[in-house]
Ligand binder design. Structure first.
Ligand SMILES: O=C(O)CCC(=O)C(=O)O
Length: 266
């Protein structure tokens, strides 16, 4: 396994609110199976016999629209295996300095290539948001964060995630809008603190590359204008410094290690 310079990673993550590991964390065979797994789950084929938690796109819906599926690893063996990549766990431990890191939720995000979007009229942006704005079921200071795993080549024209470096230090602000399709309007509704600047850093990744981002970091993504789909998993993680509300819908999966594996134990 690759050696990880934990100090440098952590400094980078704490300073910018994210860290990008632009080299595959999965071996080629598993990468190929996981990419196929994304397509199968999107098509409604579940090799585990279990359905995902929720799907916001179904076969027969507009093929140009963003496809978001909750807990896809319930439905696919290769996606379960991908979550357990030892390097993914090691990096997650390194960026946070945690003793333990566990997967608590996964979102499949399939953003079709729409080079001709003017004629299709479909918007597939992900609006600017802070993840924490949606995560009320975790106690206030819980150390929850995200690893975003690319399962296709996320080139600059493929609608990569875009981070706003340093915005994790602005606190939790009003205005997050994951489904907002007008990036300028969403940004204008956010009160950027005095003396801070809004800068955008696209996260270009090869297949198998991964980025980690802080729960308060503003991020979103523009349209995929390439010719192929952008396949990814947003893998939501927690450290030992987190407490979930026991009655929440998230808590019910935490005791299933094949769905919410512990990927790092330092
Ligand atoms: O895939 C995207 O463009 C956005 C994903 C996201 O919001 C996240 O991983 O927190």
């Amino acid at each position: 396994m690759e050696r990880v310079d934990t100090t440098a990673l952590r400094e980078h993550y704490e300073r910018d609110g994210f860290y990008i590991h632009a080299a595959p964390v999965l071996p080629p065979g598993l990468l190929e199976q996981a990419a196929r797994g994304v397509d199968e789950v999107r098509d409604g084929a579940y090799d585990t016999g279990e359905a995902p938690n929720e799907r916001l796109w179904n076969p027969g819906d507009d093929p140009h629209a963003l496809c978001k599926i909750e807990q896809p690893q319930l439905a696919n063996h290769a996606l379960r295996e991908a979550l357990c990549s030892p390097l993914l766990g090691q990096l997650a431990g390194a960026v946070t300095g945690a003793r333990m890191v566990q997967v608590w939720w996964v979102q499949l995000l399939y953003k079709p290539g729409t080079p001709d979007a003017v004629s299709t009229g479909v918007a597939t942006n992900v609006g600017w948001h802070q993840d924490r704005a949606y995560w009320h079921y975790w106690d206030e200071d819980s150390a929850v964060f995200t690893a975003w795993l690319a399962l296709s080549d996320v080139t600059p024209d493929a609608g990569p995630m875009v981070f706003v470096p340093g915005s994790h230090r602005w606190g939790l602000l009003e205005g997050s809008d994951f489904f907002g399709q007008d990036p300028d309007a969403v940004r204008e509704a956010i009160s950027i603190p005095e003396g801070e600047a809004w800068c955008e850093a696209p996260v270009v990744l090869p297949p198998g590359g991964v980025s980690f981002h802080h729960r308060l970091l503003f991020h979103g993504s523009y349209r995929n204008v390439s010719n192929g789909p952008r396949r990814s998993l947003a893998i939501h993680l927690r450290t030992e410094e987190s407490r979930v509300r026991p009655d929440s819908w998230v808590a019910r999966y935490l005791d299933r290690p094949e769905i919410c594996p512990i990927i790092f134990a330092g």
